[in-house]
Design a protein around this ligand. Structure first.
Ligand code: OSB
Ligand code: MG
Length: 383
């Protein structure tokens, strides 16, 4: 088997309700999907869950991802196949673009598409290919409300749908009161907060007001590129600190582990594993195993991915090494007006069941993909 073509299509995805974080409010995303075709007639798809701009972190905007793919990543794959022979597995694929610094989101889309091909080729579901053993997965939701009533409404709807873990977006001035209200209304749900790097070394003490609310974790309170200062403030907080934005690789996780370990506080370090933020599932699996061995809890974050990306993440959540519920579902029903799978994903009583169905386990909606991508950028590269 060799890769015969790689195409990138941008599909406009529209949220059913706006999603607000400390860095802004989003309603639509021009979303790239990578399609790989192989010489044995297979076709795999990988979503790149880009946002509109780089406000969450560098290189997550669609233009940056398209530039990396077109100018560097795809040409490197072509060159590697010409010079070193067919790319038929994940290590060979990753090796072909390993020289490119960064571009983790862009790389992850190509990798995801090849994982889809390999699962089809070897006739198994992705969760099994990744060493998963868990068949039912406790899932959570992320609440991106702009006002307290909006947050409470979304929490209400999520609880009514059976989700047992809520994550609430916070920022300075929209934190302790919001978390306290949600905690009071839902004393038995698992609750965590995500600041998306909205606090500074000048105002992080505001977070101490959250310490008595029995929160699972506080996610990325400080700067998007920081690990060291997070380890310092973690000494002064009872609630575990969870890293999101600042983790790009197993090495980053190892650096965090050594800092928290020095404080004797590995039980207060939690890692949000987002496969696209660590360049793909291969690195994500390595991180899950490392963390499990070291007693660092992990969970799987989302990027407002379509049902296709979410379904891949749910397969990854089949790994027994992953401890906590991930951001896999929308608190108010479906995230998008039109989604990319033929049948929507469903969780029952806050759990999703993995099946023995091939690869991603759900069917990609090619007709809708073609229609929605009509007139939007589509580039095909022969490699
Ligand atoms: O920080 O986890 C985040 C969405 C966009 C960018 C960053 C984040 C999020 C979410 C959404 O919290 C989680 C989801 O996809 O359900
Ligand atoms: Mg986050």
């Amino acid at each position: 088997m060799r890769i015969t073509s790689i195409s990138v299509s941008v599909v406009p995805l529209q949220l059913r309700a706006p999603f607000t974080t400390s860095f802004g409010t989003y309603e639509t995303f021009p979303r790239p999907f990578v399609v790989i075709e192989t010489s044995d007639g297979l076709r795999g798809v990988g979503e790149i869950p880009t946002l509109l701009d780089p406000a969450y972190k560098a290189e997550v905007d669609t233009p940056a991802v398209l530039t990396s793919l077109r100018e560097f990543i795809i040409p490197s794959i072509g060159r590697a196949q010409r010079e070193h022979g067919p790319i038929a597995d994940i290590p060979a694929l990753c090796e072909s673009y390993a020289w490119i610094k960064g571009a983790v989101f862009a790389k992850s889309g190509v990798e995801a598409a090849l994982w889809d091909v390999i699962a089809q080729r070897t006739g198994q579901p992705l969760w099994r290919l990744w060493g998963g053993e868990r068949r039912t997965i406790a899932v959570g939701v992320s609440i991106g409300g702009k006002t307290l009533p909006q947050v409470l409404d979304l929490a209400e709807r999520a609880a009514a749908l059976g989700y047992r873990r809520l994550k609430v977006k916070i920022w300075p001035g929209f934190d302790a009161e919001v978390a306290r209200e949600v905690r009071q209304r839902f004393p038995n749900l698992q609750l965590q907060v995500d600041a998306n790097s909205a606090y500074t070394m000048e105002n992080w003490l505001l977070l101490q007001a959250l310490d008595d609310l029995d929160l699972l974790l506080i996610e990325q309170p400080l700067y998007d590129d920081d690990i060291v200062l997070h380890s310092q403030i973690s000494r002064e907080l009872r609630t575990p600190v969870c890293l999101d934005e600042s983790i790009h690789s197993l090495r980053d996780v190892q650096a965090a582990a050594s800092l928290w370990e020095r404080n004797g506080a590995l039980d207060r370090l939690i890692v949000n594993i987002k496969p696209p933020r660590v360049s793909g599932f291969a690195e994500a699996v390595a991180i899950a195993r490392f963390c499990h061995d070291r007693g660092i809890r992990t969970w799987i974050g989302g990027m407002l991915d379509s049902a296709w990306g979410k379904a891949m993440n749910l397969n990854f959540n089949g790994l027994a090494e992953i401890d906590l519920p991930g951001d896999h579902f929308s608190p108010g029903g479906a995230y998008f007006v039109e989604d990319m799978t033929q049948i929507p994903l469903v969780a029952t009583d806050g759990e999703y069941a993995l099946t023995d169905a091939l690869s991603v386990g759900v069917v990609f909606d090619w007709d809708r993909f073609e229609r929605m991508g009509e007139g939007v950028l589509r580039e095909r590269f022969t490699v």
